[in-house]
Each structure stands twice: as C-alpha cells, then as structure tokens.
Design a protein around this ligand. Structure first.
Ligand SMILES: Cc1ncc(COP(=O)(O)O)c(C=O)c1O
Length: 397
C-alpha cells in the first residue's frame, strides 16, 4: 500500500473515528501466527487480537464454515430456532458442566448476563450483592465496569452501578470477611488477564467453592480471556478442578467473529426464563456456525496438547532469560497465557518488539503479556523467543 493511501486512512481515522484508541499501525492481512502491515512488514502475532485469534488468523476450517453459512442463513431472530445455535450449545455444555447456554456478542455482554443471572437468582432470597476482585477486569459496560476491580476504568463515569464490592484476589480471609447475608455471588477470573496474568491459587479457589456452598452463594467465573483453551484446558477451571455455578466466555469462541456466551448449571436453568433476557444478535446461525468450527478445530488439531507443550517451552526459556536479564522480575504462565513481570512499564517494550517484528501486549502496570496462537509451531515459538531475548538484552544493556 502506498504512503499516500496509508495517510488517507490515518486521516479518516482522525476525523471520523472516536479517539478511544490510538492506533498507528495499519494491518491489512493475517495468516496463521502472522500479520502484515500496510507497508508489507510481517509480524509474529503474540497478541492474537487480545486472545481472540487463538487458532491463528484466517484458520481455513473456520473461514470455510463462516463462508458456507453466510451463503445459507446469516441471521434469524431468537423467536425462531436455528440449528447451529443448538449444536453450539451442546458442544459448549459438553466441555463445561451440565447446564444451559445463552448467547451474546461480546465479553461484556456475556458478563452482563452473568450479573443479571445472579441478581435474578438472588431476587427472592434478599441477596443482591456481588463480590469481585481487585485488579479484575470484566468489561466496559456500566455493570461490568462496576464489577471491574481496576478503578481507573471507572473514572469519569460516576455514579457506579450499586451492588458490587471488591476484595484482594487470592486472599481468602478478606473474601470470607466481606460475605454478608446479602451476598448473591462471587465473580472472579480464574486467571486475571488485564490485571497482569495472575493465576488463582488452587487452594484458594477450592476454599472459595466451599465457602459458596456453605453460605448459599453463586460462584461465577469470567473466562472471557482465560477460556477457550488459552490455559491448555478448554475452560481454565478444568485445570483447577473447581467448578463454578456459571461461566462466561467470548473472545476466542469465534476466533475473531464476535460471539460471547454464558453457561449456567442445569439446576439454575429456569432462573432466566422467557422474556427475562435477550439479545438481537445473540446466537445467530453465522456466529454459531463459526464457533462450532472453532471448537471442532480445537479437537481435530490437538490444540490443547500443543498449548500445554508450548506453554512449558516458553516458561522454561523465559525463566532462563529471567536469570540472565535483570529487567525480568518474574515469569507467570498458565498454558499460553504468559506474563513477564518487568522492572518497569510493560507497555514500554511494545514498540521495541514491534520494531523486531512482534506484536505483543502489556497488562497491569509492569507486565509484558504474551498470548500467541495456541497452534503455534516450535519454529515460530523459537522465532518469538529470539525476538524477546534481543529486546531484553537491548534494554538490559
Ligand atoms: C476477563 C475479561 N472479561 C471481560 C472482557 C470484556 O470483553 P469484551 O471486550 O469482548 O466486551 C475482557 C476483555 O478484555 C476480559 O479480559
């Protein structure tokens, strides 16, 4: 693409797109683990659109399913059945726990559903409070913002929606002390993403489950970022052996096609009944056909096994780098959800990595967040590690 064309697109952004982001790079094509910019430069994508393109860009089977469905039936209202929604619901439930699914379009919308589910469940029990975690992230709508522990996102949007309080993550005593007779639910990410790739401790999650059972409280997991295989398990909670009462997913469910969902245990299947919750675009044939192809590919291509194998590889290699380079304070990995805690701002590394041909992310204040495609090859992993090492050595020099 010519410089003039790039300039004209950048000008249109400036003039016509609301400046809630500040993008510089213009991406034009993606294939597998790679994306290309308007100048023809190629980048190894270790951000995957923030854990969305978990199967890489333009995965052939997923693209084919979307194309086929687009020529058959794109949208019908939920006033009618569509085959793909039924098939997808069954596939998800079989990976989750016995229950029922509701389809939405994004992570925030899936979490709104979780919150509404908890409030409806608690409405005849005098329970309307939800406890969430400090440093958590649940979305940008008003309810999910109120649930979000990272208070900077709420600035300027007061008043907060009532009914939420936050406690420190992985601190069971603080959580137990915050529970009251009005507590309807505890909502948490099994692995905090935006907060800095912070996994829950297994013992903590087990105690939280027991507390919920003892006090009659719903346990809700937000797996929008850590779900869909990212941790090496289809749902991150499977790796902990702790089941929630309901769980939300989105991001990688459509590998780039917008779709979100929440699933509640069968015993709660009648909490949200006809007319109590809806979404025009939730669960369209097009979105569901795409998501079905994503789930089939996870199976057919041994994606989870590759994720675990590559996750170990990154952990080992990054820990070796941590011994060599003082800028690395710690390495946190759960499958291919990788956080490198730095002696400085995580975001500062991103332009340096970009210059070397890698797209990555930051998280929290001081974490470099790496979320490569789950079907990354060994060769690509090695290429990525080389780039990372180059940049770590550069900033350590
Ligand atoms: C854990 C978690 N929940 C919810 C969301 C919100 O998802 P969306 O941006 O699709 O609304 C995100 C987005 O980053 C997330 O990481």
């Amino acid at each position: 693409m010519s410089d003039a064309k790039y300039q004209s697109i950048a000008e249109k952004y400036q003039k016509f797109v609301m400046p809630t982001y500040a993008p510089q790079l213009l991406l034009v094509r993606g294939e597998g683990s790679w994306v290309w910019d308007s100048a023809g430069n190629r980048y190894l994508d270790f951000g995957t659109g923030i854990s969305v393109c978990n199967l890489g860009h333009c995965h052939p089977a997923v693209t084919k399913a979307t194309q086929q469905q687009a020529g058959m039936l794109v949208h019908v209202s939920n006033l009618y059945m569509n085959e793909k929604q039924a098939v997808l619901a069954e596939k998800l439930v079989r990976h989750c726990f016995d229950g029922v699914a509701f389809f939405a379009n994004s992570g925030a919308e899936a979490n709104e559903g979780l919150i509404k589910f908890a409030r409806k469940w608690g409405s005849d029990k005098g329970k309307d409070q939800i406890i969430t975690m400090k440093d958590s992230f649940h979305g940008r709508t008003l309810a999910t913002l109120a649930a979000t522990g990272r208070s900077k996102y709420r600035k300027g949007f007061a008043p907060d929606m009532p009914g939420f309080s936050q406690v420190p993550f992985n601190d069971f005593d603080a959580l137990a002390a915050a529970v009251t007779d009005q507590t309807a639910a505890i909502l948490l990410e099994p692995v905090q993403g935006e907060g800095g790739i912070i996994p829950a401790d297994t013992e903590y999650l087990k105690k939280v489950r027991a507390l919920c059972d003892e006090k009659g409280i719903l346990l809700l997991f937000d797996e929008v970022q850590c779900g869909m295989g990212r941790t090496g398990y289809f749902f991150a909670f499977k790796g902990y052996g702790v089941e929630p009462d309901a769980v939300s997913i989105a991001k990688a469910l459509g590998n780039g096609f917008p779709i979100g969902a929440f699933i509640v245990r069968r015993e709660h299947a009648e909490t949200l009944t006809v007319g109590t919750h809806a979404s025009t675009f939730g669960g369209t044939p097009l979105a569901c056909a795409t998501a079905c192809a994503v789930i089939d590919a996870i199976h057919n291509e041994n994606i989870l096994a590759n994720c675990i194998k590559m996750g170990h590889f990154f952990k080992t290699e990054l820990e070796k780098m941590a011994e060599k380079y003082a800028c690395i304070k710690s390495v946190r990995c759960r499958g291919l959800m990788i956080g490198v805690q730095l002696d400085g701002n995580g975001g500062d590394l991103l332009p340096l990595l970009l210059k070397q041909g890698m797209i990555a992310l930051s998280a929290g204040e001081d974490v470099l967040r790496l979320m490569p495609p789950l079907n990354l090859s060994e060769e690509e992993a090695e290429q990525g590690l080389k780039i990372l090492e180059k940049v770590f050595s550069e900033i350590s020099a």
